[in-house]
Design a protein around this ligand. Structure first.
Ligand code: GLA
Length: 384
């Protein structure tokens, strides 16, 4: 849905003009999975799919939220009443952002908001981060708060962790807020330093497919928290602040120190090797060698499947089928337990690969997956 339609939707709903229209994208992560809550490296890029928001300020403490994707009248809240974990609906994300801004001392006195999104939900493509970031950016502009992208990302993460109650890391919000078109974002989640890495797939005759399995296995939230707690236990047992502090060449010694802690040792091995894979991918991309990252993506999948244990049969089927059909590399992306996988391939192989993946899902009795090309796109911005 374009800026104009969202503006018109706002006018119809609230009988007034919005003060502006903003957009924030979903993301896929190229490499660096389950490293962001271990102070490690991630490398997401933004999708062309966005959440768009038309917004106007209010000065009477009322927050009205409406989404074109949810039938019904706007939800009306009072900014003074916003309280962590009080809202289990979609409105918890934008309301959480208002709460986080106010809690950080920013005087946000209300807003009328109308949203529409093209980011697939429940697909591991960060539709929640897009929703948070678009509202944060709009309020940052309208209330002249002067916050930078990484600061908005931090506030959005706080909204998600404390207000919504999901213990996620900082990757998704930073990707949505800070990515640039034609680039992947190499982010050090310890100090939030960023490097924009040119990622020109098309000019190399390459394509990165996203395969949304359209499954989301139950308990994914609880399992995420359990992995996170396991990583924190590993860091404590090894006497470091975060698993980021275990160098790759110190892994064997670290694992020897975790004898008798089989589960923790597997988690540690994934995180330490994944950080090293992210560093290898960034140096290959910086030297212009995109094709060579393929096998590293595939190694990452094996580590997520066997050591971190967050894959599922549908994601494994995408990866195995893609590789058997000539893909350069493939892996699950995002938190896991369903959601999406990415496949790096020669552009000329896209039709054969897509067909092979769809056929494998039919043969296995799964729902047909949604397959699309991921073009590295712009981060959050004002549209009008
Ligand atoms: C989810 C979380 C992120 C990150 C990924 C796994 O997307 O929101 O913070 O931890 O899982 O890499």
């Amino acid at each position: 849905m374009g800026a104009l339609e969202v503006r018109e939707g706002f006018t119809e709903l609230y009988d007034a003009e919005p003060e502006g229209v903003w957009a924030a994208p979903g993301r896929v992560n190229l490499i660096g999975e389950h490293t962001d809550y271990n102070d490690g490296f991630v490398m997401p890029f933004a999708l062309p799919h966005v959440t768009t928001a038309a917004v106007a300020r209010r000065d009477d403490g009322v927050l009205r939220l409406h989404s074109a994707d949810v039938p019904g009248a706007p939800v009306e809240l009072r900014v003074d009443d916003l309280a962590p974990e009080s809202d289990r609906n979609w409105t918890g994300y934008p309301a959480g952002v208002v709460w986080a801004l106010r809690e950080a001392g920013h005087e946000v006195t209300g807003a009328d908001v109308h949203l529409a999104s093209t980011v697939p939900t429940g697909a591991g493509l960060s539709s929640s981060a897009a929703l948070e970031v678009v509202v944060a950016l709009a309020l940052n502009d309208l209330y002249a708060l002067g916050l930078k992208g990484w600061q908005l990302a931090r506030l959005c993460q706080r909204a998600e962790n404390v207000y919504v109650g999901a213990p996620t890391g900082i990757m998704d919000q930073t990707a949505s807020a800070c990515c640039e078109s034609g680039h992947a974002l190499f982010l050090d989640t310890r100090d939030l330093s960023q490097r924009q890495i040119p990622f020109g797939l098309a000019s190399e005759g390459l394509c990165l497919l996203v395969v949304d399995t359209r499954v989301q296995h139950a308990h994914s939230g609880g399992e995420y928290g359990r992995r996170r707690a396991g990583c924190e236990k590993g860091a404590a047992l090894l006497g470091v602040d975060a698993l980021r502090d275990i160098p790759h060449d110190g892994l064997d010694v670290a694992l020897a120190g975790l004898a008798g802690e089989e589960e923790v040792a597997r988690l540690v091995r994934h995180v330490v090797t994944e950080d090293e894979r992210a560093e290898r991918v960034v140096s290959l991309l910086e030297s212009g060698d995109i094709r060579s990252i393929g096998p590293i993506l595939t190694e990452g999948h094996a580590s997520l499947r066997d050591d971190f244990r967050v894959s599922c049969p549908e994601l494994d089927l995408v990866v195995d089928t893609a590789l058997a059909s000539g893909a350069l590399g493939a892996r699950m992306t995002g938190g896991g337990f369903g959601g999406s996988a990415i496949v790096l391939t020669e552009s000329s192989d896209v039709p054969t690969l897509t067909q092979a993946i769809e056929q494998s899902f039919t043969d296995a009795g799964h729902r047909t997956p949604r397959v699309f090309e991921a073009v590295p796109s712009a981060g959050a911005r004002r549209l009008a």
